[in-house]
Design a binder for this molecule. Structure first.
Ligand SMILES: Cc1cc2nc3c(=O)[nH]c(=O)nc-3n(C[C@H](O)[C@H](O)[C@H](O)COP(=O)(O)O)c2cc1C
Length: 204
């Protein structure tokens, strides 16, 4: 699919290729969920707290192109959860260094924790991942030097992490695609309104 993006004509006047971009982006994101080596697999998500923006890497766990959903997993005790509880606006940034493609996605986040949906997703993750959520100390907790080499308690019952496991699901209403190329950079903005994506070229 990355090749298809490459094949898009450079001419910004071409409305067909512009129209294709949302579909291509969702295809690339879908590939990133299943392909562990995909450059879009580990995006940055940005949230806001009262002091300003916060950004960090996550793993893209699931997408739903039709519902415009992007999902990642996290510990409910992490800072990003309290930030999203205060302000549900979320931004994602994906970057493919080889193709020089940046995709930005803006949306509204919803948190699932200790509910039917989070339990469904919990059953889909590995024992190894479950143990990450079974840590006694919350993420970001200040610890001493000896504990800095903190190792997961290998005997932690993975099931004890279930309550800490959260899914951040975000519904995306804006996508921005930028490709840098010697023959000319291309930047397009896609806005979802009236049940459809409309696309517009932007000055790169
Ligand atoms: C390669 C990589 C993947 C990561 N994936 C996740 C993830 O899927 N979920 C998550 O909560 N944190 C993930 N992290 C850790 C976050 O970047 C961050 O340090 C942590 O979640 C605490 O962030 P917060 O205090 O802003 O909530 C990942 C870090 C790296 C380097």
């Amino acid at each position: 699919m990355a090749d298809d993006v490459q094949k898009l004509p450079v001419t910004p006047e071409d409305p067909v290729s512009l129209e294709k971009i949302p579909q291509l982006i969702w295809s690339l994101l879908g590939e990133a969920v299943t392909d562990k080596g995909h450059p879009f697999r580990t995006p940055v998500i940005a949230t806001s707290n009262k002091h300003g923006p916060e950004a960090r890497i996550v793993v893209l766990r699931r997408i739903d192109a039709e519902r415009r959903h992007l999902e990642c997993h996290t510990d409910v005790r992490s800072g990003k959860i309290s930030q999203l509880t205060g302000d549900d606006a979320i931004a994602w940034v994906f970057y493919d260094a080889a193709q020089k493609i940046q995709v930005r996605a803006r949306g509204v986040a919803r948190i699932y924790n200790q509910d039917e949906y989070s339990h469904t997703r919990w059953t889909a993750i590995s024992e190894h991942q479950k143990r990450e959520y079974a840590q006694a100390l919350p993420p970001g907790k200040k610890i001493g030097q000896e504990a800095a080499h903190y190792r997961r308690q290998s005997d932690a019952d993975p099931e004890s992490g279930r309550g800490n496991f959260a899914v951040i699901s975000s519904c995306i209403h804006e996508l921005e695609w930028l490709q840098l190329a010697r023959e000319g950079h291309r930047r397009a903005l896609m806005v979802f309104a009236d049940q459809r994506w409309s696309a517009q070229w932007l000055m790169p």
